[in-house]
Design a protein around this ligand. Structure first.
Ligand code: ADP
Length: 248
C-alpha cells in the first residue's frame, strides 16, 4: 500500500544464527514522520531488527527498503548512515573531555556529506545550526560545560543532538530512557514528539510509561515476527500479547 509515504519497509526478513531464527519473516512498515515504538520480551529480535536496518547484519531472506527505492540489504553500514539513518545505542557515547558545543561541532564536521576539516572555522550558518540543536536538546545553558560533567540524561540528549547534526531522516533509538530520572524521561518524550514529523523515529523501549507518553503506534515483536500492532492500549489488551508477557 503506497497511498501514504512509507520511509522504511521490511519485507519478510529472516535472520538465522546457527539455524535459530532471530527474525522470522518479519514485515513492518514505518510512515514518514512516524514515531513508532517497538516492544517485546528479551530475545524477541528487536536488536537484530535494528542491526538489519543499519546494515550490521545481512538477512538470509527478505528485503529492507528505505524510502521508495533504496534496498538496505545491499548497502554497507556507512552507506546507510550516509543515506540518512542514525542509530543511538543504549549507553551514551559522547566525547567527555570536550564541551557540549564541541561535541555537536565534531558531529557536524564528521558528517561525510560535509567533509569539513576539524580545524575549519564555523560559518555563521553552522553556528546557527548548532545553537538550534542546543535549544532542542535543552542544553543551551550548558554549551561550554565538559560533556563528562553532564547527568546521564543530559549525555543521552547530547548524543541525540550529535545525531541531529547529521540531519537523519530516520532515527533508531535503543532504550533511550533507561537509567533516566522521571523528569528526564518526561523531557525525552517531549523531545521525541517534537522531532516526529520532521524525522521518523523507531524506538525500542521497555518503559511502558514512556511508550504511553510517546503516544504513537506500537509494534510487539515476539520470536522474530510481529505479534501485534496498534496503539498501546490496544496491544496491551491483546490476549496473545498478555500471554507472551505473563508466560515468562
Ligand atoms: P532482543 O533485542 O529483542 O532482546 P535480539 O535481537 O538481541 O533480541 O536476539 C534475538 C535472538 O537471537 C536471541 O535469542 C539471541 O540470543 C539471538 N541472537 C542474537 N544475536 C545473535 C548472534 N550474533 N549469534 C547467535 N544468536 C544471536
Amino acid at each position: 500500500d503506497l497511498s501514504h509515504d512509507v520511509i522504511l519497509y521490511l519485507d519478510d526478513i529472516t535472520v538465522s544464527f546457527d539455524g535459530f531464527r532471530a527474525l522470522n519473516k518479519l514485515s513492518l512498515a514505518i510512515d514518514a514522520g512516524e514515531l513508532r515504538c517497538i516492544i517485546g520480551p528479551n530475545g524477541a529480535g528487536k536488536t537484530t531488527m535494528m542491526d538489519v536496518i543499519t546494515g550490521k547484519t545481512r538477512p538470509d531472506e527478505g528485503k529492507a527498503f528505505f524510502g521508495q527505492t533504496l534496498d538496505l540489504t545491499r548497502m554497507s553500514e556507512p552507506e546507510i548512515a550516509h543515506a540518512g539513518i542514525g542509530r543511538k545505542f543504549q549507553k551514551p557515547t559522547v566525547f567527555e573531555q570536550h564541551t557540549v558545543f564541541e561535541n555537536l561541532e565534531l558531529a557536524m564536521k564528521a558528517d561525510k556529506r560535509v567533509r569539513r576539516s576539524l580545524f575549519a572555522r564555523l560559518t555563521a550558518e553552522e553556528g546557527d545550526r548548532i545553537a538550534a540543536v542546543l535549544e532542542r536538546i535543552r542544553l543551551a545553558g550548558a554549551a561550554d560545560r565538559s560533556a563528562g560533567l553532564l547527568s546521564h540524561g543530559q549525555k543521552q540528549w547530547l548524543e541525540i543532538g550529535m545525531l541531529l547534526m547529521q540531519e537523519p531522516k530516520l532515527l533508531l533509538l535503543d532504550e533511550p530512557v533507561a537509567g533516566m530520572t522521571d523528569d528526564e524521561t518526561e523531557r525525552t518524550a517531549e523531545l521525541f514528539v517534537s522531532l516526529a514529523g520532521e524525522h521518523s523515529l523507531v524506538v525500542v523501549e521497555h518503559d511502558m510509561a514512556f511508550v504511553e507518553a510517546l503516544g504513537g503506534k506500537v509494534t510487539v515483536l515476539h520470536e522474530g515476527s510481529v505479534l501485534a500492532e496498534g496503539d498501546l492500549a490496544a496491544v496491551q489488551n491483546d490476549q496473545r500479547v498478555i500471554e507472551v508477557y505473563l508466560g515468562r
